[in-house]
Ligand binder design. Structure first.
Ligand code: ATP
Length: 361
């Protein structure tokens, strides 16, 4: 296992990048602790695979350095980096047995037969592949083949890190849940450094201790599931994490209040101080889970109209019209119907403020 550091790392695939949008990765610094479980999360095209491939050595960055345990590996080819990688689709030897597939990376490094047996059985047990060890891989389902791929990635205890690029894409949805949990357990048991690329927030949040959120080639926040949910540092994180994501309402600030179209919301003294003199685009952010609905005007509420209410079984999802904005709310119960006039409370301790998309309060 290695501590991985990225220093002033940036990458452009084209020859002469002149503006930020020419970069697949904008300049970044990052530290990945050894033994950590990290996820790289972001929409298609945000640069996740590029970053993973720079760490593995498949792509050489146009700027910056990659360090493993303080040693500069930027110029080293993949085979010299001691990295294991698991891809979207199974990469296995179809004609070999499951045992031989798992043993292959160990035999390649001259392990003794007894040690190979022990380790292969340990990893097979974790991935519930033990009953298949003697079977040829070619006869197995795609789910089982992908489990073999995962096993091949996890079997060597001495790798600097194991990199996963959307490894559960081909897996049946029910098994996907089980494997996410398994991977977490395996991480605790094998104590390997894992970096896991996905565009699926549930996958990232269930697997990783720290989730690195990317958009347009930039890392906008790295944090735990709770931090990303409760304190998104960037409007993109608020919008991307959650279902639906955070309500993001354009507002202006005056006289200690946030003004959203015709409505006015009092700011706490500390929020007012943080926003004083703010220049640029100001956004109020509140998650649907924290919006409250009243049927009478009360102190601290703002008037809104019900656009639609859906009973989703476990909760009600409502969308309200507040001036020119739609505001989503997840409520335990709601009797209102489309067209009803209501009053929304946006609790101050759950309301965040962003200036030019970055959180200031
Ligand atoms: P996805 O989830 O769709 O795989 P991603 O987040 O992994 O997306 P990358 O594949 O790293 O994103 O792509 C980042 C940007 O770099 C995209 O604009 C993509 O078109 C571009 N890109 C990726 N690979 C190459 C390449 N070999 N040559 C040129 N441009 C590339």
């Amino acid at each position: 296992m290695a501590r991985i550091e990225l220093r002033e790392l940036a990458h452009a695939y084209g020859a002469n990048p002149s503006q930020p949008s020419d970069y697949a990765l904008r300049p970044m610094d990052m530290d990945w602790d050894d033994g950590g479980a990290y996820a790289l999360l972001g929409p298609s095209g945000c640069g996740k695979t590029t970053l993973l491939n720079i760490i593995s050595g498949l792509v050489r960055p146009s700027h910056g350095r990659v360090l493993f345990d303080g040693k500069d590996v930027t110029e080293l080819p993949p085979e010299a980096r001691n990295i294991a990688q698991v891809f979207q689709f199974p990469v296995i030897y179809d004609t070999m047995t499951v045992f031989d597939n798992l043993a292959f990376p160990l035999r390649n490094r001259g392990w003794k037969t007894g040690d190979i047996n022990k380790r292969v059985h340990q990893v097979a047990e974790m991935l519930e592949l033990s009953p298949d060890l003697k079977h040829r891989a070619s006869g197995l389902s795609v789910d089982a083949k992908q489990k073999i791929s995962l096993g091949r990635g996890l079997v060597r205890p001495d790798v600097a890190a194991v990199l996963f690029d959307e490894p559960l894409t081909v897996i049946d949805p029910h098994l996907k849940w089980l494997l996410r949990r398994k991977l977490k357990e395996i991480h605790h048991e094998l104590k390997l450094s894992l970096i896991y690329v996905t565009h699926d927030q549930v996958e990232a949040l269930t697997f990783a201790d720290k989730v690195v959120v990317m958009t347009q080639g930039e890392v906008v926040q790295a944090g735990s599931a709770q931090e990303l949910f409760e304190e998104p540092a960037h409007t993109f994180v608020g919008y991307f994490i959650g279902n639906p994501g955070m309500n993001l309402l354009p507002c202006s600030i005056a006289d200690g209040h946030a003004r959203i179209d015709g409505s006015s919301i009092a700011l706490s003294p500390s929020t007012a101080a943080a926003l004083q003199g703010a220049q640029g685009k100001i956004t109020l952010g509140i998650r649907p889970e924290f919006v409250e609905c009243e049927f009478e005007q009360q102190e601290g509420t703002v008037p809104a109209t019900v656009n639609a209410v859906r009973n989703l079984g476990t909760h009600y999802l409502a969308d309200f019209q507040l001036g020119g904005n739609a505001v989503f709310a997840k409520l335990r119960y709601l009797t209102a119907r489309a067209g009803d006039k209501v009053w929304l409370r946006l609790p101050p301790d759950r309301t965040l403020y962003y200036v030019n998309d970055k959180r200031v309060a």
